[in-house]
Design a protein around this ligand. Sequence first.
Ligand code: ADP
Length: 318
Amino acid sequence: MFRFLSKISLFSKIFKECRELNLGPWQCPTFVFFILGVINIVAMVSTYLIAKYYTEPEFVALIVIGVAAFFFLISYSVTQGFSQLAQANKMKTEFVSIASHQLRTPLSAMRWIINLLEDNRVGEMANEQKSYLALIKEENERMIKLVNDLLDVSRIEMGKVLLRPSQTNLYILIEKTIKDFAPLAKANNLEIKLEAPETLPNVYADPGKLSMVIQNLIDNAVKYSRGRGEIKIKAEKEGKFVKVAIQDQGVGIPQDQQKQIFQKFFRSDNALKYQTMGTGLGLFIAKSVVEESQGKIWFESKPNQETTFFFTLPVYSL
Ligand code: ADP
C-alpha cells in the first residue's frame, strides 16, 4: 500500500520526507494525521446514517462512546510516541555533551605536546618534521574547535547557554577580529574593510561569545568569497541597538535553501562543493548567542553576487 500511495503526488511528497527519516508509513506523522482525518469523517457519516435508521438513542450513544474511545486510544499512543521521542532526543544531547567533554581532555593534551615539540624543548627537529608537525597542529586545532562547537550545541539544546553579558566595546572586538583574519584574507586575495564610527556605543553582551559570532561570520565571508571581491563590515547605531553588517561578494546562498541556513549541521549545496571543510554549526550557535543577548540575526543573499549577514545587539545603558 505504501508503494501504491507513494505514486500519488501528494503522498509521494509526504512519504519522501518520512523515508528520509527512516520512518515507516504508520510512524509517519503526516500520514497518520491524514488517516485519522479520514476515520473521523467516516465515523461521523456512519454515526449519522446509523442514527437515521436506528432511532434508539442508547444505540447511537453507544456508537459515539465507541468512536470516542477509539480516538482516545489513538491519542494515547501518539502522546506516548512524542514522549519517547523527547526522551531519545534528551539522551542524544547528553551523549553528545559527555562525548565532547571526554574528547576535550586528550585533544588538549595533544596540543600541549605539539607546543612542546614546536618549541624544540625536547630536541631540535628537522624542517620536514616541522612541516608535518604544523599539519598535525592544524588538524588538532580543527578537532578542538569541532568539539567545542558540539559542546556549545548540546548546551543550547539543554537550555544551558551561559552568557555573562557586560559592557562590551564592539568596535574594538570587530577591529581585532579583522586583524586576526587579515593573513587568511590576504592569502585569498581579499581585503576586509571596516566602516564604523569610533564612537560606536558599547553593547550589552558576553564578549567571549560575541567574539565567536563575529569570527564565524567573517570566517564564512572569507571562506565563501572564493577569492572574489571584497568584504565590507559596517557597524552603526540604530535606535536602542547597534547593527552590524558583514558583506561579501562570494558564492551566495541558493534561494531554495535559504530557509534552512540557521539549522544545525546545515550546509548549502554550493558551499559543500566549494568548501569541503565546515560543520554547519557556526550559524546555529551564532543565532542562539545573538537571540539570547536580545538581538536579531538574519541575512540577504543573491546567489553568485553577494551575501550580507546582519545582527543587532542592545546598546549598553546604565
Ligand atoms: P560552516 O561554514 O562550517 O559550513 P556555518 O553554520 O557557519 O557552518 O554556515 C552554514 C552554511 O551557511 C554554510 O555551510 C553555507 O552553506 C552557508 N553560508 C554561511 N555564510 C555564508 C556566506 N557568507 N556566503 C555563502 N554561504 C554562506
